[in-house]
Design a protein around this ligand. Structure first.
Ligand SMILES: O=C(CO)COP(=O)(O)O
Ligand SMILES: [Zn+2]
Length: 216
């Protein structure tokens, strides 16, 4: 099997795993990954994460031209913004995961630090998550908003819509977006109960030990 064929299989298998566990539903969400020649493989628009077909993924060449496969996700400007601003990004995943969306609707959320510091893995895998305002799905302005972050964030939350996370490869991006959803779930479960949060020195210890990008 070629490297690209393996990547196609991996994208579809991980998307199905996310779908089967209810992390996104219906035809929501999109996923993309860099190929070693500089091109991209992208989920087609209107498809279900549960039923992606490796042979029908949209393929872009190194110059950003759609060269093969079905019509790509309408969120292409969002995906491109991560690849263009984060040279280390090898994959981008977007979900409509329930608890993250619910948390984005709560009053008084810190836009610069969407998730409360509840667990070390959220800090290690996501750094600080930026909450972006509501945009219509497919609005290229979302891509502009991500470009405005100048590559300093690996994860953003689209208010009333869903998270978007970049990672060094498909597995890392999927692990990180699962962590975002799990942490939002903890935040929703414990909100109003004054949960113990990580202390500043505990966060600093995690950030320095695991070399986390921890942008203010
Ligand atoms: O989640 C989605 C839009 O935000 C799904 O759109 P696509 O089907 O075009 O990927
Ligand atoms: Zn969406």
């Amino acid at each position: 099997m070629t490297e690209e064929a393996r990547l196609r299989e991996q994208i579809c298998n991980l998307a199905k795993s996310l779908f089967d566990r209810g992390l996104t539903h219906g035809s929501t969400g999109n996923i993309s990954a860099r190929i070693s020649d500089g091109g991209l493989l992208v989920s087609p628009t209107g498809t279900s994460f549960g039923r992606l077909d490796p042979s029908r993924l949209s393929r872009f060449d190194n110059d950003g031209r759609h060269v093969e496969g079905d019509k790509p996700t309408k969120e292409m400007p969002l995906h491109s913004a991560f690849y263009d601003t984060r040279s280390q990004a090898g994959a981008v995943v977007h979900l409509h995961s329930c608890h993250a969306v619910a948390w984005s609707m709560m009053p008084d959320i810190n836009e610069d630090d969407f998730l409360p510091p509840l667990t070390p893995y959220a800090i290690m895998q996501l750094g600080r998550v930026k909450l972006l305002p509501f945009f219509r799905p497919g609005d290229p302005a979302m891509g502009e908003a991500v470009r405005g972050l100048a590559g300093k964030r690996t994860a953003v939350m689209l208010a009333n819509h869903g998270p978007v996370v970049a990672g060094k490869d498909v597995e890392a991006a999927c692990n990180a977006i699962e962590e975002l959803e799990a942490t939002a779930r903890l935040a929703m479960l414990t909100c109003g109960c004054r949960p113990r949060q990580l202390k500043a020195e505990e966060i600093l210890d995690v950030v320095t030990t695991f070399n986390v990008e921890w942008e203010a």
